[in-house]
Design a protein around this ligand. Structure first.
Ligand code: FES
Length: 253
């Protein structure tokens, strides 16, 4: 049982943990990035390796306490230092979660664009009763998160490692149904928007298109040159009147 998260329901912790061959390969690559005496700096990527291995082996991406002890031994750290990192970052799950980790952004831009609808659709499609909960079938876990940096395509949510954007209630439900069927929907905009292009199409800075056409650019230069010549001719034909000379002062004045 974990004693790291007293406010969370007790979970059955594994009694041992060992890196598998795939994880070991990743760790060898990670450790080469740091001088041996600084290998504690690798704690975050190594904890990710733990979480990913747990996902591969159990379908749930989480970090058991016993695995943090193994990481502490590997990196010559006091176990408490590893617990500090694992408990600080919300990206590490210290209890088992569902196969699909639904992280729904509810920060202002997503909220203004309808994240309430997305949250409601997730509750409806998964049957989860409260934020942070896991569905009865063990497939989904729901979390409310702060801005994930995809505000231009709000509202959005992250599912495992992928972003799904431009959501609304029905599209969110359809997305979760696809995951339930074992499909992996294409990440990105759910309305087919390319990148973060304006919803109405590529309208931004369209007037600069003229500058990118050599013919149009040449015509633009000719127009400007003609206008300048006409202005110069008009100025020559109508020179400004000479300012009146001040009268010379009268003697004795
Ligand atoms: S506010 Fe939701 S991604 Fe930024």
């Amino acid at each position: 049982m974990s004693d790291l998260a007293p406010n969370l329901p007790a979970v059955a912790e594994p009694t041992s943990f060992a890196f598998d061959a795939h994880a070991q390969e990743q760790i060898d690559v990670i450790l080469r990035r740091y001088p041996p005496e600084r290998k504690a700096s690798a704690v975050i990527p190594v904890l990710y390796v733990v979480q990913n291995q747990m996902f591969r082996l159990s379908g749930s991406a989480w970090v058991p306490k016993v695995a943090m002890d193994v990481v502490a031994g590997l990196l010559d750290m006091a176990p408490i230092r590893v617990y500090e990192v694992g408990t600080f970052y919300t990206m590490f799950n210290l209890t088992p979660i569902g196969r699909y980790n639904l992280q729904i952004c509810t920060t202002t831009p997503c909220w203004l664009r309808g994240s309430d609808e997305v949250v409601a659709a997730c509750f409806k499609a998964t049957g989860i009763a409260h934020m942070g909960g896991t569905s009865a079938d063990g497939l989904f876990t729901m979390k409310e998160v702060e801005c994930l940096g995809a505000c231009s395509n709000a509202p959005m949510m992250q599912i495992n490692d992928d972003y799904y954007e431009d959501l609304d209630g029905p599209r969110t439900e359809a997305l979760l149904e696809a995951f339930r069927r074992g499909e992996t929907p294409t990440p990105g905009s759910t309305i087919g928007r390319q990148g973060s292009m304006a919803e109405g199409g590529p309208t931004t800075l369209t007037d600069t298109a003229a500058l990118w056409s050599p013919e149009k650019y040449a015509a633009l230069k000719e127009d400007r040159a003609r206008a300048e010549a006409e202005a110069a001719a008009a100025a020559a034909a109508n020179p400004p009147a000479e300012p009146a000379k001040p009268e010379a002062p009268k003697p004795g004045a």
